[in-house]
Design a protein around this ligand. Structure first.
Ligand code: ASP
Length: 444
């Protein structure tokens, strides 16, 4: 198929649309490839480190309105951000009427979701005028029920029907509407989700997600100096990496496209010549190194429950886990031994419930001992290449032991896609650097 016949959905993040200058880069990217037919936009992001995202300004402004304070000043700052973009692009667009409506709705306390969504809405209006594309208000095609739950199939149907005969369109990200028309947003960063939904509905060949980095990196650049880029990543690898804290793409953005086998390409608006990272369902492309990526998070607590003959006591684990569930605590990992099970939980979620959990465990499990250990970090070493390589765990163990880093826990999924390692918080950075060394620098 020639490039011309492809359908691409392109989503641009806040930093890609923060100023007229950035808009021009985006315009050039879209015009460079006529298959980039459906555009999903974020609100203007930060122009510099010290700057404030328009979405944050909108939340602030609405808070002032809700508290009955004067919100004039913040509103003016927001208005100026958009008017500067319009002027910089030399558009004949005038959004004064829109600003007026929004102002009135703020006075009428239309809700913080409505307020936050206006960043994407207004930026979408500008983008549509700039590109000469049709503007489609997301409130008409992204559906939520009256409790505010997202309706995936209804949305897919609405988007499909609406876009069927539309050659090119701009659809603002981040929000949709409930049956009574009230605007509802996804969680922060949710424009990624909108892009994915549009890609699914039009059965796109690819979903390009343009941001300010050239894709995923093998490790966090704040820890490892100049880490390598990940060229190809599978959805499953991404899940293993993302839940440990990688923040390039909204977690929920992978599900709609994954259903249709549509690849996501993370690209850099400031370096369009870079290929970025391609996220796919499956690939025969062998990764350059045994591992695809390393990600981790600090701040876990381990709860170790010991009881003689635990293995023969039917229902022991279920009862123990029920205690965590009853206290609303989600479980990160659960390595176990014959007479012991350990549950890793997020410290912030656990501290306030600690005593209820302990007494609950005593009540339902009658353990011999319960040990708590805090200040633990979990590191996920992820890679589809590990399955075909022996000695992965050994390699990690010996490298960490050479650095005198004690491993508190190790857990390998049966798919051999990941190895999870628990270390003390204070060894977190050093452990990641060491694993990067043995897998990337030494294999290079
Ligand atoms: N503008 C929204 C946010 O700041 C949504 C997005 O950018 O995806 O979270």
């Amino acid at each position: 198929m020639s490039e011309e016949n492809l359908v691409k959905v392109v989503k641009f993040g806040g930093s890609s649309l923060a100023s007229a200058e950035q808009f021009k880069k985006v315009g050039a990217i879209i015009k460079a490839d006529s298959s980039r037919r459906y555009v999903v936009d974020s609100a203007p992001g930060k122009r510099s480190k010290e700057d404030t995202k328009v979405t944050d300004l909108l939340y602030k402004c609405y808070e002032e309105a809700e508290e009955g304070l004067s919100f004039e000043k913040t509103f003016r700052v927001i208005k100026t951000r958009f008017n500067e973009i319009i002027a910089g692009l030399e558009l004949k667009l005038n959004l004064d009427e829109e600003f007026e409506t929004i102002y009135r709705k703020f006075e009428g306390k239309a809700g913080s979701d409505y307020a936050a969504s206006r960043g994407e809405y207004l930026n979408g209006r500008i983008m549509a005028a700039y590109l000469g594309y049709e503007f489609i208000d997301a409130a008409t095609v992204i559906k939520f029920d009256k409790e505010g739950n997202f309706l995936s199939e209804e949305t897919n149907e609405a988007l499909r029907a609406r876009l069927k005969d539309v050659e090119r369109a701009v659809i603002p990200g981040f929000y949709g509407a409930q049956p009574d028309g009230r605007v509802k947003t996804f969680s922060r960063g949710g424009s990624d989700v909108t892009g994915s939904l549009v890609a699914r509905a039009v059965k796109a060949d690819i979903y390009e997600n343009w941001t300010d980095v050239s894709g995923f990196l093998v490790a966090d650049p704040r820890i490892v100096e100049n880490p390598k880029n990940i060229e190809i990543l599978t959805y499953r690898e991404l899940r293993e990496l993302s839940y440990m804290g990688a923040s390039v793409l909204h977690e929920s953005a992978i599900f709609p496209v994954r259903k249709e086998g549509i690849p996501i390409n993370i690209r850099n608006t400031n370096r369009p010549e870079d290929k970025g990272t391609l996220i796919v369902e499956n690939t025969c492309h062998t990764p350059e190194y045994t591992i695809t990526g390393i990600a981790g998070k600090k701040g876990f607590v381990s709860v170790s429950i010991d009881k003689d003959m635990m293995n023969s006591e039917i229902g022991f684990c279920r009862r123990a886990l029920q205690v965590f569930e009853d206290n609303g605590i989600s479980i990160e990992h659960m390595p176990s031994g014959i007479d012991t099970m350990t549950v890793f939980v997020d410290k912030d979620a656990f501290v306030d419930k600690e005593q209820q959990v302990l007494s609950g465990l005593h009540r339902v499990c009658q353990p011999d001992t319960i040990d708590l250990e805090s200040d633990l970090a979990l590191i996920a070493v992820v890679g589809r290449g590990m399955k075909n390589n022996s000695g992965n765990a050994g390699k990690i163990f010996s490298a960490l032991s050479k650095k005198k880093i004690n491993i508190r826990m190790i857990d390998q999924g049966s798919s051999e896609l990941n190895i999870i390692i628990g270390v003390r918080n204070k060894y977190f950075d050093e452990a990641i650097k060491t694993i990067y060394e043995v897998y990337v620098n030494d294999e290079a």
